[in-house]
Design a binder for this molecule. Structure first.
Ligand code: C2E
Ligand code: MG
Ligand code: MG
Ligand code: MG
Length: 278
């Protein structure tokens, strides 16, 4: 549709768009400052087995703005990706996660990595360098990538993924089932685990066919000899349905909220029996 106005001049921005654009720029500027001022932090959400025993965590980025309050990564990560700031943010995440979790020898740690990072030539080498400097064991760490991160990307993505796997990092396909070519991706890329997207889990109780879909995904994962975990598990009913579908690894508010590193450490000082679900 043409945005041609009275004077015959085509304008790209409508007033509303202009505002949205300015809001994004404001967030970008604030994010830059946040990165410098230490306003970014990480929280860790437990991942549990069928007995409710936590075996891993996912690192999730948080941003508290002095005036605006908590800003969701769903809002600021895409802006960081567009502005290129994601590279510096990614470095911060990696450094902080390795620092905070390095001593958690009994836990696996999943880190979200953006497509922009993964398609940068030399990215894997940089991660490996960071890991060596921090003295962490890569086999305890998982890199979460979304399907769109792998989809249609050039040779650098494949090279980075390959190198990371060779030194021991695991690759997890995040938000599985929401992309366009999930199946061909499994074939083309070496991934170790798939994470069933929250949208499937949340509609488990609503639509019967979703249960069939989820159990098909689990079967698919198993036939490819991949791990499989469900994200966004909020109710015991969902957990039971997932168990029936063959899924035995869970992450969600039911089995643990994202929490700061000291809380995770406290959780693990408890006797194992107390960490189990009822
Ligand atoms: P994701 O990787 O799929 O992370 C899962 C999201 O689901 C997290 O949202 C988590 O807090 C939320 N969640 C966990 N359990 C439940 C549940 O039971 N119910 C519901 N409704 N939600 C649940 P969060 O932390 O807001 O992160 C959103 C997205 O932002 C992440 O999705 C990820 O794509 C991105 N992200 C977060 N941290 C980072 C990071 O360090 N780097 C990059 N590149 N992306 C990040
Ligand atoms: Mg994730
Ligand atoms: Mg996810
Ligand atoms: Mg997600």
């Amino acid at each position: 549709e043409s945005k041609t106005q009275g004077r015959g001049r085509a304008t790209f921005f409508e007033p509303g768009m202009d505002e949205a654009f300015r809001a994004r720029r404001a967030i970008e500027e604030n994010l830059r400052t946040a990165l410098r001022n230490g306003a970014l932090r990480l929280v860790y959400q437990p991942q549990v087995d069928i007995a409710g025993e936590a075996w891993g965590v996912e690192a999730l980025l948080r941003w508290s703005h002095p005036n605006l309050g908590e800003i969701s990564p769903e809002v600021f990560i895409p802006i960081a990706e567009e502005s290129g700031l994601i590279m510096a943010i990614g470095e911060f995440v990696l450094g902080r996660v390795f620092e905070e979790t390095g001593s958690w020898r009994h836990l696996r740690v999943a880190i979200n990595v953006s497509a922009i990072q993964m398609r940068t030539p030399g990215y894997a080498a940089q991660v490996i360098q960071f890991a060596a400097k921090a003295g962490i064991d890569p086999t305890r760490y998982e890199i979460e990538l979304t399907e769109t991160a792998l989809l249609g990307d050039g040779p650098a993505t494949a090279e980075n993924v390959d190198l990371l796997r060779r030194v021991g990092f695991s690759i997890v396909l995040d938000d599985f089932g929401t992309g366009y070519s999930s199946l061909s991706l499994l074939h083309r890329f070496q991934v170790d685990k798939i994470k069933i997207d929250r949208s499937f889990i949340s509609s488990l109780d609503e639509a019967e066919e979703v249960e069939g879909l989820v159990s098909a995904i689990v079967k698919l994962a198993k036939s490819f000899r991949l791990g499989v975990i469900a994200e966004g598990v909020e109710t015991e009913e969902q957990r039971q349905q997932l168990i029936l579908a063959g899924c035995t690894e869970f992450q969600g508010f039911l089995t643990g909220r994202p929490m700061p590193a000291p809380d995770i450490e406290e959780l693990f000082e408890m006797p194992a029996i107390q960490r189990r679900l009822a």
